[in-house]
Design a protein around this ligand. Structure first.
Ligand SMILES: Nc1nc2c(c(=O)[nH]1)N[C@H]1C(S)=C(S)[C@@H](COP(=O)(O)OP(=O)(O)OC[C@H]3O[C@@H](n4cnc5c(=O)[nH]c(N)nc54)[C@H](O)[C@@H]3O)O[C@H]1N2
Ligand SMILES: Nc1nc2c(c(=O)[nH]1)N[C@H]1C(S)=C(S)[C@@H](COP(=O)(O)OP(=O)(O)OC[C@H]3O[C@@H](n4cnc5c(=O)[nH]c(N)nc54)[C@H](O)[C@@H]3O)O[C@H]1N2
Ligand code: SF4
Ligand SMILES: [Mo]
Length: 748
C-alpha cells in the first residue's frame, strides 16, 4: 500500500543569516567567526580540554575541545599526536563548534501528524517518540520480518544503529560511502593487489617523488593529513601530474596539468600503460617477481598508443609520453592516486583497475613513496548475545547482479522499497542516521518514490536537514562535542586509537545515538544487547583489554601501538603473498574473468553533450563538507552559496556575466529549484561546467542556507551504474542555461 508522505516544510522563524555578529579569529589565512558566545579573553590554563575526534568529515581528526568555566566551548584544536591531523585541524574542523551552537538544531523529538488536512510535525517527548518507533519496528517485524527494516547510515551514529538492527534481525544497512563514493576503487585495487585502499588512504605522499592525480582534487578535497603531505611535496618540488578538466587548486600547483576531455580517463591510463611497457620503462624486477598476466596485458594494450588516446582525450601524445617517463623516473616512489569519490561514468571499477595496474608496473605498491602497508588495531567486541539469523539480506535481492558489491547498495535498498519494482524481498520501513539522502543519492525521483512507498521512516539527525522532511518521527541527536562514541581505530602507518568524549552536556533535549539505540533495544526486548548504563562503561572495558583505560585516554586522547604485521614496505626481493586468487599482483584479473567481466580494462566511449548542453561536473570546497556544513554559521561566513563555473567562450556565446543568477536545466528537462551565480573562468574546459556539491537545500528550517545556490544532485537524473558493484556514476549529465526565472520557486 502506498502511504502519502508529503515533504514537510515549516516556515522559518526569524531572519536567518542576520545577527551572527561574533568576533573573528584568523585561521589558516581565513577569517573565521569564533563560535564561542562569550567574547572575553581566556587562556588555555583557565579552561578544561576534552578529547574528541571530528565528525565534520570522515577523516576523523583527533582534537581537543576547550571549555571555559562557564561551560562555553571556546575552541577545538588538533591533537599533536594524531597521525590524521598532526595537531592541525582544517577550517571545517575548527569551525565544528558551529554544529553545537547552530540555533537551527533539532531540539526535541518530532512526530508527523495531520492537522486540518495538512501534515505537520509536532514536538513530542522522548518517551512517546521512542515508544512509537519501537512499536513500528515490532509491527514491521511481525508483519514482514525484521529484515524488511533497512538502515541508511553514515559516520559515527551508524555504528550504534547497526548494532541495534543486527540485534533486531536485519542486515539491510547501506551507506553512501560505497555506491556513491569509494566502492569502485576497492573493487579495482582488491582485484589487483588483494587489498582495499580503505580510509585513510595508505598513500605514502610524504616520501613520494611523483604524485599523479586522476581528478582527485586534494586541497579542495580537504582530507587533512593527505593535504598536509601534498603541501610538503609542493614545497620540495616533487612532480605532480594532475588530470582534470578543470584547473583545480592542486592542478595549479602541478608540474603538468592535463585538461582531459571528461569521461575519457581510461584511454589515457591505457596509453600510459602502453608507453611503460613498449618503451621498457616498467619496473622489470618487481613485475617479474610479484605479478602475473604481463604478456596478456602487453598484447591487450599494444594498439593503445598515445596517438590513439589523443583522439579520445585531447591530450597531446608528446605530453602522454613525457608524463609516463616522469612516473618511471620517480618509480617506485610514485603514486597514481586511486581517488576517493570515484563513481563517475559506470566503468569506474575498470578505471580503478587501470590505475592499480599502472601502480603495479611502476612497482609502487608496498614501497616507500608509493603505497605503504597500513595497519589498524582491532577493538575487542563488548560481550552481547549472538545476533539472530537474518533470513535474507540485500544480497539476495540482487539475483546475481553486481557480484563484486561487498557492501549494500543504497540505490538497491531504495528500489526494493518500491513495490512496483517487484523485488523478491521488499523493504518496508527505514531508519536514517547521519545521511542526507535527498542531496546524496542521484536520481531524486527514485528516492522520492521510495520514501513515499515505505510504511515508516525514522530519521536521527542533528539538524533539520532535507531528509527530516520525509520522516514520520525525527529523533534529535546531540553533536559529536556532546557525546561518547565508538573508539576510532582506523589504519595508518602505525596502529592507533582515538577517544571521543563529551565536552559539554547535550543542549536542548538532544541525546547521543548510543542512548537512542539502547532505549529502542530495551523496548524491543533486546536489553541483553545493551548491557550497560552508560557507553563509557563499554569504552572502559574495551580500552582496558587494549592495555589502557578510559581514564588514561581522557588525558591523552590518542594512543599509538606497535606494528605487528611487519615493516611498512617490502624489502628488495622480499617474498610476498598477495591476497588474490593467484597470490600475485594480477595484471590479468582472474576474479573478473571468472565473473564474466573483462579481465583487463577496455575503453568504451560515453555519450557527449548535445549542442547547447555542457557536461555537469562537481566537487568539493575546502570550507564545506557535502550538505552537512552549509548552515554552520562559521563556515557559512566563509562560503554561503555555490556558483557555476563557465568557460569565457561559452559565457560569451550565452552573454553570461560573473555574478549573474541563472537556472540550470538538464537533459531530462529538470530545472534547478534555485538559481545559481555564474562564475566565468578560464579554469574550466568549454565543454563542461562545474559546481560545488552540497548546496541548494530546500528545507526552510535551515534558516541560513535554505535556497542558497543550487543542488547538483537534483540535476543528476542519468545514473550510469557500474555493473560490477552497483556504483552510481553521476557525471553523465548535461545542462543548459536558463536566464529568466522559470517561476518554479521564489528565490530565497
Ligand atoms: N550529487 C552528489 N552526490 C553525492 C556526492 C557529490 O559529490 N555530488 N558525493 C558523494 C559522496 S563521496 C559521499 S561520501 C556522500 C555523503 O553523503 P552524506 O553522508 O549523506 O553527507 P551529508 O550530505 O553531509 O549528510 C550527512 C547528514 O548527517 C547529519 N549529521 C551530521 N552529524 C551528525 C551526527 O553527529 N549525528 C547524526 N545523527 N547525524 C549527523 C547531517 O546533518 C546530514 O543530514 O554523498 C555522495 N553523493
Ligand atoms: N572540503 C571537503 N573535503 C572532502 C569532502 C568534503 O565534503 N569537503 N568529502 C570527502 C569525501 S567523502 C570524498 S569521497 C572526497 C572526494 O574527493 P575526490 O576523490 O578528490 O573527488 P572527485 O569527485 O574525484 O574529484 C572532483 C574533481 O574531479 C574533476 N573531474 C570531473 N570529471 C572528471 C573526469 O572525467 N576526469 C577527471 N580526470 N577529472 C574529473 C573535477 O573537476 C574535480 O576537480 O573528498 C573528501 N574530502
Ligand atoms: S579533515 Fe577537517 S573536517 Fe575532516 S575530520 Fe579533519 S578537521 Fe574534521
Ligand atoms: Mo565520499
Amino acid at each position: 500500500m502506498k502511504t502519502r508522505r508529503e515533504f514537510i516544510k515549516i516556515s522559518a522563524v526569524g531572519a536567518g543569516a542576520a545577527a551572527i555578529g561574533l568576533s573573528t579569529i584568523n585561521i589558516a589565512g581565513l577569517k573565521l567567526a569564533n563560535a564561542a558566545n562569550d567574547q572575553t579573553a581566556v587562556s588555555d590554563e583557565e579552561m578544561t580540554s576534552f578529547p574528541t575526534y571530528c565528525e565534520v568529515c570522515f577523516w576523523k581528526c583527533a582534537g581537543w575541545t576547550y571549555v571555559d568555566k562557564h561551560k562555553n566551548i571556546r575552541k577545538i584544536i588538533g591533537n599533536k599526536e594524531d597521525p590524521h591531523c598532526n595537531g592541525r585541524l582544517c577550517p571545517r574542523g575548527t569551525g565544528g563548534v558551529g554544529m553545537y551552537t547552530d540555533e537551527d538544531r533539532l531540539k526535541t523529538p518530532l512526530i508527523r501528524e495531520t492537522v486540518n488536512g495538512e501534515q505537520v510535525f509536532r514536538k513530542a517527548s522522548w518517551k512517546e517518540a521512542l515508544n512509537l518507533v519501537a512499536s513500528k519496528m515490532k509491527d514491521v517485524a511481525d508483519k514482514y520480518g525484521p529484515e524488511s527494516f533497512a538502515l541508511f547510515n553514515h559516520g559515527a551514529p551508524g555504528e550504534h544503529f547497526k548494532h541495534l538492527l543486527h540485534a533486531y534481525g536485519s542486515e539491510n544497512e547501506g551507506e553512501p560511502a560505497w555506491a556513491q563514493c569509494r566502492g569502485p576503487r576497492e573493487v579495482g585495487f582488491s582485484a589487483t593487489f588483494g587489498s582495499w585502499i580503505g580510509s585513510p588512504e595508505p598513500t605514502d605522499i610524504r616520501d613520494t617523488n611523483c604524485l599523479v592525480l586522476i581528478g582527485s582534487h586534494i586541497g579542495e578535497n580537504m582530507h587533512n593529513g593527505q593535504v598536509q603531505e601534498v603541501a610538503d611535496i609542493i614545497g620540495r618540488n616533487a612532480t605532480i601530474i594532475t588530470v582534470d578538466p578543470r584547473l583545480s587548486t592542486v592542478a595549479s600547483k602541478s608540474k603538468y596539468w592535463l585538461p582531459i576531455k571528461p569521461a575519457t580517463d581510461l584511454a589515457l591510463l591505457l596509453s600510459w600503460i602502453h608507453v611503460l611497457i613498449f618503451e621498457g620503462l616498467y619496473n622489470k624486477d618487481y613485475v617479474e617477481q610479484y605479478t602475473m598476466g604481463f604478456e596478456q596485458l602487453k598484447e591487450h594494450v599494444k594498439d593503445m598508443t598515445p596517438e590513439w588516446a589523443y583522439g579520445i582525450t585531447t591530450i597531446e601524445p608528446s605530453i602522454i609520453r613525457k608524463t609516463a617517463r616522469e612516473m618511471a623516473n620517480a618509480a617506485p616512489a610514485v603514486i597514481v592516486h586511486p581517488g576517493r569519490h570515484v563513481v563517475w561514468y559506470g566503468d569506474d571499477s575498470q578505471r580503478e583497475r587501470a590505475i592499480a595496474i599502472l601502480n603495479a608496473l611502476l612497482g609502487s605498491w608496498g614501497k616507500r613513496g608509493g603505497f605503504y602497508f597500513k595497519e589498524a588495531i582491532s577493538v575487542p567486541k563488548y560481550p552481547h548475545p549472538q545476533y539472530p539469523h537474518a533470513e535474507w539480506s540485500w544480497k539476495d535481492n540482487l539475483d546475481g547482479k553486481y557480484p563484486l558489491s561487498s557492501m549494500a547498495i543504497t540505490t538497491e535498498l531504495l528500489a526494493a522499497s518500491i513495490p512496483e519494482f517487484g523485488y523478491k524481498h521488499p523493504i518496508k520501513a527505514w531508519m536514517v542516521a547521519g545521511t542526507n539522502l535527498p542531496l546524496t543519492i542521484p536520481n531524486k525521483e527514485l528516492f522520492k518514490t521510495a520514501a513515499e512507498a515505505v510504511e515508516f521512516i525514522v530519521v536521527v539527525d542533528t539538524m533539520p536537514m532535507d531528509i527530516t522532511g520525509y520522516a514520520d518521527v525525527v529523533l534529535p541527536e546531540c553533536t559529536y562535542l556532546e557525546r561518547y562514541d565508538t573508539i576510532r581505530a582506523a589504519p595508518h602507518r602505525e596502529p592507533n586509537i582515538a577517544l571521543r568524549m563529551p565536552a559539554v552536556e547535550p543542549k536542548y533535549e538532544t541525546k547521543p545515538s548510543w542512548w537512542i539505540a539502547k532505549q529502542l533495544g530495551e523496548r524491543l526486548g533486546l536489553g541483553d544487547f545493551f548491557d550497560y548504563d552508560d557507553f563509557s562503561e563499554v569504552l572502559d572495558w574495551q580500552l582496558k583489554k587494549m592495555g589502557t583505560s578510559l581514564d588514561e585516554m581522557k588525558k591523552i586522547g590518542i594512543k599509538m601501538f606497535d606494528r605487528k604485521s611487519g615493516p611498512l614496505y617490502l624489502a628488495d626481493g622480499e617474498e610476498y603473498h598477495f591476497n588474490t586468487n593467484s597470490g600475485k599482483i594480477e595484471l590479468y584479473s582472474t576474479e573478473f574473468a571468472e565473473l564474466g567481466f573483462d579481465p583487463m580494462p577496455k575503453f568504451t566511449k560515453h555519450p557527449e553533450p548535445e549542442d547547447g548542453f555542457y557536461r555537469l561536473i562537481y566537487g568539493r570546497a575546502p570550507m564545506h563538507t557535502f550538505s552537512r556544513t552549509s548552515n554552520n554559521h562559521n563556515l557559512f561566513d566563509l562560503m554561503n552559496e555555490n556558483s557555476v563555473w563557465i568557460n569565457p567562450k561559452v559565457a560569451e556565446l550565452w552573454d553570461l556575466k560573473t555574478g549573474q543568477k541563472i537556472w540550470l536545466q538538464n537533459q531530462d528537462g529538470i530545472v534547478s529549484t534555485f538559481p545559481i551565480k555564474v562564475r566565468v573562468t578560464e579554469r574550466i574546459r568549454w565543454d563542461s561546467v562545474y559546481m560545488v556539491h552540497g548546496f541548494g537545500h530546500d528545507n526552510k528550517k535551515l534558516t541560513r542556507t535554505f535556497g542558497r545556490g543550487a543542488s547538483d544532485t537534483q540535476l543528476i537524473t542519468n545514473v550510469m551504474v557500474d555493473p560490477m558493484m552497483g556504483g552510481t556514476g553521476m557525471r553523465g549529465n548535461f545542462v543548459t542555461f536558463i536566464t529568466e526565472n522559470p517561476g518554479k520557486e521564489a528565490e530565497a
